[in-house]
Design a protein around this ligand. Sequence first.
Ligand code: AGP
Length: 575
Amino acid sequence: MCGIVGIASRNEFPSVLLLDRLKRLEYRGYDSYGYFDGVRLKKSLGNIEVSAPGKARIGIAHTRWATHGGVTMRNAHPHASCDGRIVIVHNGIIENFEDLRKSLVRQGHRFSSQTDSEVIAHYFEEGLKSKSIKVVIKDFLKAFIGTFAVLVQIKGNDEIYAIKRDSPLVLGVANGKNIVASDIYAFSDMTNRAAFFENDEFAVIRPDGYQFFDRRGRAVQKPLQKFVWEQEASQKKAFKHYMLKEIMEEPETVDRMLFSLEHEQKPAFDRLIKLVRGSKKIIFASCGTSYHASLLGSYFLHRVGIETQTLIASEFRHYANIDRDTLVIALSQSGETMDVIDGLKYAAESRGRIVGIVNVPYSTVQRMSELSLNILAGQEVCVASTKAFVNQAAMLLKIAQEFGFRVNLDNLSERIRGLLRKKAEIRRIAETIAKAGDVYIIGRGLTYPVAREIALKIKEISYIHAEGMMGGELKHGTIALIEKGTPVISLINNNDPDIISNTKEVEARGAKVITISNNPALANRPDAIAIRTDNDGKFGILAAVAGQLIAYYAADKLGRPIDKPRNLAKSVTVK
Ligand code: AGP
């Protein structure tokens, strides 16, 4: 995914505002970025540097997550037409770009990038030779296959044309400024009034107003909605990295969510419980960290007799049979993950019922769901998801509690706080892992998803190969890779004899075992992280938090760019 921003302002603004807004969307992509302020078109590789000369009344900007074409200056957005008059930014994927490109090349257009997006600029250039902008946009909606949120700007003209299909796009109206962006983060500190684009809608955005249209070009009246969003400090403050800041926020954010499930979100939560009770089949759809939280949820619910399936959203269509008695629960921090949205489309086509559990309000997943709950983790700036995982897992544990899972959630935040106090100890252990080429994390039952989540964090942040697996699977092949000194993190819940025996198996092969356990008998081992809880549900969440810290400190030791996994800083002005 990429992030896009456009600003049309009644008064001139410093061009740097485009980058300042874009910086808030950097979590959506950080390979390269660029902006066009009506005069200057500037592109850079790497992290967004919020500095730019000049002033503007209209401008667009883009932060890229490379899909078509490598991370190069040429592939960075914005893209311009041959004559440089039409400038565009795009988030999404144009599936038929090769056909469109061939036909535009036949018409004499010269391409300078390998991206799918550049065809948009040339398509508009060609169309505007003989048609009005509105007709070109209507034709664009017919001709282009794929997903897109597109902003088009024409040199010398003070309008932005914003077009959406399947990629998120929202317009915020702040004091004298109309800001169109991939999500509300771009302007949530400036306004709480926004209008959300629906699929195949477009808008003309001017300094003094805007107008939405449907795919046929008919005007659409779209009242502004007031949105509520936690105004959380997005600054790192005293923390070295956002990742650490966000882990340290976990006690507060989990309390905030649990409180809200008893108060403002209680009616929605009760409806969810009713839906779970009344559904013949329940399927979670999610990706990455959210998938691991869903797996944990499946475990919690299974323990109280509710069978669920957890599917990786990108495979959802291939594995799920959905009908009107099926409840699909989409778990997504951003609420904008395309694989999840695709899965939900399939669920909707098959008449399943959809519940969204998201962190970003007004996101696409939320708007596709008949019922939606918010995990209230606040903005996650770091690409590695941490506090959102804790809140997702706590929400699912709370649901299981309604069906009889015995757990006291009142002291969960206190337990997390207690664990975070051990960060110096965890740091020491993590620094030994930093020397390794491979790390294995083993769990069973509820700790299996946690093992996978810890492995994902280690890979994502420290770039060390890590594999999270079921302890029982070791003997079926992977144990061959355990040698003298190989770090194995073993997640031992109470006295679970099976995982204890797996731990002994790897120890017998010389592994350097690190235990994360709530078993007091293991607390004095040399590399032990002791967790204070005798409750299974809470142990799962706490073990994941310990793993987040391990991943963070290993990455820090290795000097990895934790908040942004790549840094290719280099800058050039194109026009
Ligand atoms: C994990 O640290 C990642 N950020 C990633 O796996 C993420 O959880 C996944 O892409 C799903 O995102 P979502 O929760 O916003 O849908």
